[in-house]
Ligand binder design. Structure first.
Ligand code: NOJ
Length: 769
C-alpha cells in the first residue's frame, strides 16, 4: 500500500489550492455538462453522446481497472490514462498520486472522462470504526450508516471516490474468515445493514458531496464456501440463494447501490465472475440493476484457473457475455476484447452495453463537473474529532455482554488495582481489525483506556504470551498487523504466562483480553477450529484459578469456543474489533459509562464441529424441542452456546402484551403486531425487541423461525414503550422451490416476540385463501 504521507499532503495542499480552483472552473466550462441532479433521460443522453465519440480502445478503457499500488500495476499508467485506456484505479490511498492521475484523465485524455479511484474502505479510513459484524451486532442500522458516512467523508477528502463495500455475504460458518466483514447469518438483519451502509457510503443519492460510490459484494453465495474454507466452491440451491443469500444484495440494489462486485468462487459449478444467471438474469433482468458490475481482483483470470475458460480470450468472452463491466486488475478485458471483436465473437454493441453503466455512474457521481479533490481540506477532514467521537459510540453500541454472573460487571470505579492481561490488550492494530490502511489511527489500547478511565488506580499490563498465525497470511507483508518478528519460544511464552499470573495475584481484579489478531480473520483467514489461538486457554484457566474477580473481553472477528469460559468465568464481553476508540469504549462498558445493548448477529457455536450453525433451519424429524431427542450429537448439545439475537444488559427488561391488529388477513394485506417493553431494572439501557415468524405448512417446508422485525429501544428505569411491527406481503412471501416462484401462501403462521431467537411470547394468525 502506498502510505498516506501527511507532510506531503500539506505541502501539496497549499501549492495546489489556487491551481485547483482555476482548473475546476476551466473544466466545468470545457466539458459543459449539466448538473449532477440530471434525470435518467439526461444521463442516458450524455452517455450516448460520449459513446458516439469514443474509439473502441477508449470504450475498452472504461472497462479496465488497474492497480495504482506498487504491485500488479502497468508501468505506463500515465500514458494509458492520457490515451483514455484506463477507466479506474484501485489500491492507492495517496491523495497526491490520485489527484495527478485525475488531472491527466480530465485534461489530457481526448474526451476528458474522469477516473474512479477504488479502495477497500470497509470500516473506516483514517478513523477506524468497529468491524462490520460488530456494527451489525448493534442491531441499530443508524450505527453502520453513520460510521460509513464518516468513512466516506474521510476517503473522499483523500481522493478516493469509490469503496468496495458493503460486504453483505451471509455467513453461517464461523470458520470462514470473512464472517467479520458482513452482518452475520440472517437475511433480514443483513438486508437492513446493507441498506444502511449503502446510504452511509453514497448518501441519499449518487453524487452527494463528501460521499463515495458503494459496491455491494461478493455476488453471490461466497459465505457458504464448503468447510468454511475461503474461496472454496459453493453449492446452494435456488431456494437458499433467493430466500437467504441474495436478500441483502437485493436490498442494496433497491437502495440504489452504484456498483456490485462478483465473487471469486464457483457457484453451483459456474464461477460467479462468469455466471450469466447471476449477473444478467437475476441482477439485470429481474432486479433492474442500473449500476455496473466489477469483478473481484483478478477474477477474470480465475475463470481459467477454475477450469472454466480455456485461455485469456475465452475468459474475456465469458466475463463480458455473463455481464461483467469492469475488470479488476487482471487487464484481460483490455488485452483481449479488441481481437474478440475483430474475430466476430463479441460485437461493438455488447461493448457499448458494458460501457454504458460505467459512464452513467461517473455522470451521476457528478465527476465530470467535480473531478478533483480539494486537497486543502484533506487534513482538516482527517483530523475532525467528530469521527472519533462517533467511533467510540459505535463501539459501545456494538459490544455484546454474553455472561454476567453475580453482577461481576460493571466494575466499581473504586477499584484500586487492575491487571490488564492478554496478547490483545495492548495492540492498537489488532483492536482496529482488518482492512487497515497505512495512516489509519491505531486503536486506543485497553490498558490506555482503563488508565484514562481510572487515573488514580494502579493499572499494570502483562501480555501472557504472543499469538500468531501458524501459516502466515499472504497479506501480512503489505497490510498492518502481520507479525514480522521471530516467534516466541515455548519457554518465553511460559514465562509471560507466569508473569501474568503473578500480576493477577497482586491485583484486585483482572481484565483479560483474549481472542484473535486482526490477520486471523478476514480474507484468506479461515480456520478449522474455533479454539482460542496459541496458549490463551491455558492463560485464561491459570488466571481464573487465582481466584480473584475476572472479566473476560473477547477481541475477534468471529465467535470462538467459550464453552469452558461460560462455565468458569463470571463475566464475558464480546468486544469484536472495536476500532480507533477500542480501549475507551471497552472501559466505558466495563465501568457502566455505557450499558451494553448489542445482540449476536450469529449463533455462537460451542465449537467448530457444530458449523455451519444458524437459528433459521427447517424443523426436521425428531425436533430438538422433543426432550427425547435433545441433541443431534451423542456427546453434547447441538444447540448454540449463545443463540442468535442474544445479549445481556446491566439492567433487566420485560417484553409483554403481544397483540395483533387482526388474526386473519387476505393475501396482500398486512397486520400490525405490537408488544410493550419495560425497563424493570435500576439503570437506563437498551433492549432489542425482535419478532420472528414461522409458516406452519405450505408448498415447501419453512424455517423453524425467521426474523421479520426488530427495534433497538432505549429505556430509563421503569419506562415502558410500545414497539410496532408490520407483517404483510413483504414479510410473508418466500421463494418456493415447488413453484419456482415467489409465493404468499394461505397458511397459519406463528409469531414470537422477545429479546433473542429463543423468544417465547407467542401468538398466531392465518392468511386466508
Ligand atoms: C479481494 C477481496 O475479495 C475483495 O473483497 C476486495 O474488495 C478486493 N480484493 C480489492 O481489494
Amino acid at each position: 500500500m502506498l502510505a498516506l504521507h501527511s507532510r506531503a499532503i500539506f505541502k501539496y495542499v497549499y501549492a495546489s489550492a489556487l491551481f485547483s480552483v482555476c482548473i475546476l472552473l476551466f473544466v466545468t466550462a470545457l466539458v459543459g455538462q449539466e448538473s449532477n441532479s440530471a434525470n435518467s433521460a439526461t444521463v442516458n443522453h450524455r452517455v450516448e453522446e460520449l459513446l458516439k465519440n469514443m474509439t473502441l480502445e477508449e470504450k475498452i478503457g472504461q472497462l479496465n481497472q488497474v492497480s495504482a499500488a506498487n504491485f500488479l500495476n502497468p508501468p505506463n499508467r500515465e500514458e494509458l490514462i492520457e490515451k483514455g485506456e484506463i477507466g479506474s484505479f484501485l489500491w492507492s490511498v495517496d491523495p497526491v498520486q490520485l489527484d495527478r492521475y485525475q488531472h491527466l484523465a480530465v485534461e489530457k485524455s481526448r474526451l476528458h472522462i474522469p477516473l474512479l479511484f477504488g479502495y477497500d474502505v470497509i470500516h473506516g479510513f483514517r478513523t477506524v470504526f468497529p468491524v462490520p459484524i460488530a456494527m451489525a451486532a448493534s442491531w441499530d442500522p443508524r450505527v453502520p450508516e453513520k460510521a460509513q458516512s464518516f468513512a466516506a467523508r474521510e476517503a473522499r477528502a483523500s481522493g478516493i471516490n469509490w469503496t468496495f463495500g458493503p460486504m453483505v455475504d451471509i455467513a453461517r460458518d464461523a470458520r470462514w474468515g470473512r464472517i467479520v466483514e458482513g452482518a452475520g447469518e440472517d437475511p433480514y438483519l443483513g438486508a437492513a445493514m446493507a441498506r444502511a451502509q449503502v446510504r452511509g457510503f453514497q448518501g441519499p443519492q449518487l453524487g452527494t458531496a463528501d460521499h463515495v460510490l458503494a459496491t455491494v459484494k461478493h455476488f453471490a453465495g461466497y459465505g457458504a464456501a464448503e468447510g468454511g474454507r475461503d474461496y472454496d466452491s459453493v453449492y446452494l440451491p435456488e431456494t437458499s440463494l433467493r430466500n437467504v443469500y441474495l436478500q441483502p444484495f437485493k436490498a442494496a440494489v433497491d437502495a440504489g447501490v452504484g456498483s456490485l462486485m462478483s465473487a471469486y468462487m464457483d457457484l453451483n459449478d459456474v464461477p460467479a465472475g462468469g455466471n450469466h444467471w447471476l449477473l444478467h438474469d437475476v441482477l439485470r433482468e429481474e432486479w433492474g440493476f442500473q449500476g455496473f458490475v466489477v469483478t473481484d481482483a483478478l477474477t477474470t483470470n480465475d475463470l481459467i484457473i477454475h477450469g472454466f475458460a480455456k485461455n485469456e480470450s475465452d475468459a474475456a468472452y465469458r466475463a463480458v457475455s455473463a455481464g461483467v463491466n469492469v475488470d479488476m486488475a487482471s487487464r484481460i478485458l483490455a488485452g483481449q476484447l479488441g481481437s474478440l471483436i475483430r474475430n466476430g465473437k463479441i460485437t461493438v454493441a455488447q461493448i457499448d452495453d458494458a460501457v454504458r453503466p460505467v459512464l452513467a455512474v461517473k455522470i451521476r457521481m457528478g465527476l465530470f463537473e467535480h473531478p478533483y479533490t480539494d486537497l486543502s481540506k484533506t487534513s482538516a477532514v482527517l483530523s475532525d474529532p467528530a469521527a472519533r467521537e462517533y467511533s467510540r459510540i459505535a463501539a459501545q453500541r456494538s459490544m455484546v455482554l454474553l455472561r454476567n454472573e453475580n453482577h461481576t460487571l460493571p466494575l466499581s470505579k473504586k477499584v484500586s488495582s487492575i491487571a490488564v492481561i492478554g496478547p490483545l490488550a495492548n495492540d492498537g492494530t489488532d483492536l482496529d481489525g482488518g482492512w487497515g490502511v497505512d495512516g489509519e489511527t491505531p486503536a486506543v489500547t485497553v490498558e490506555a483506556g482503563l488508565r484514562s478511565k481510572l487515573p488514580g488506580a494502579t493499572i499494570a499490563f502483562a501480555r501472557g504470551g504472543e499469538i500468531r498465525r501458524t501459516i502466515p497470511s499472504r497479506f501480512d507483508d503489505f497490510l498492518p498487523g502481520g507479525k514480522k518478528t521471530p516467534p516466541q519460544s515455548a519457554e518465553e511464552i511460559s514465562k509471560e504466562i507466569e508473569e501474568a499470573v503473578a500480576l493477577a495475584k497482586k491485583s484486585e481484579v483482572s481484565v483479560l483480553v483474549l481472542g484473535e489478531t486482526a490477520n486471523m480473520s478476514g480474507e484468506y483467514a479461515s480456520r478449522s477450529t474455533l479454539e482460542l489461538p496459541g496458549r490463551q486457554q491455558e492463560l485464561l484457566e491459570k488466571i481464573v484459578a487465582v481466584g480473584k474477580p475476572v472479566a473476560l473481553v473477547i477481541v475477534s472477528g468471529r465467535p470462538l469456543n467459550m464453552s469452558w469460559a461460560n462455565a468458569h468465568v463470571p463475566a464475558i464481553l464480546m468486544a469484536w474489533q472495536p476500532g480507533s476508540e477500542a480501549g475507551n469504549a471497552i472501559a466505558d462498558i466495563l465501568f457502566a459509562d455505557a450499558n451494553p445493548g448489542g445482540k449476536l448477529p450469529v449463533s455462537w457455536p460451542r465449537g467448530a464441529g457444530q458449523e455451519p450453525l444458524y437459528y433459521s433451519h427447517n424443523v426436521t424429524q425428531y425436533p430438538e424441542s422433543d426432550p427425547m431427542y435433545r441433541s443431534r450429537y451423542w456427546e453434547g448439545p447441538s444447540t448454540p452456546l449463545y443463540p442468535f439475537g442474544f445479549g445481556l444488559s446491566y439492567t433487566t427488561f420485560s417484553i409483554a402484551d403481544l397483540r395483533l391488529s387482526k388474526t386473519e388477513l387476505k393475501a396482500g394485506d398486512s397486520l400490525e403486531a405490537t408488544a410493550t417493553v419495560t425497563n424493570t431494572g435500576a439503570s437506563g439501557g437498551d433492549e432489542v425487541v425482535q419478532l420472528y415468524i414461522h409458516q406452519r405448512a405450505g408448498s415447501t417446508s419453512r424455517p423453524i423461525r425467521e426474523l421479520k422485525g426488530f427495534e433497538r429501544v432505549a429505556l430509563q428505569p421503569g419506562e415502558t414503550k410500545t414497539v410496532h411491527f408490520t407483517l404483510g406481503k413483504k414479510e410473508l412471501t418466500y421463494w418456493s422451490e415447488a413453484h419456482k416462484s415467489w409465493v404468499e401462501e394461505p397458511e397459519e403462521f406463528d409469531v414470537w416476540v422477545g429479546n433473542s431467537s429463543t423468544a417465547n411470547l407467542h401468538t398466531a394468525f392465518r392468511v386466508l385463501e
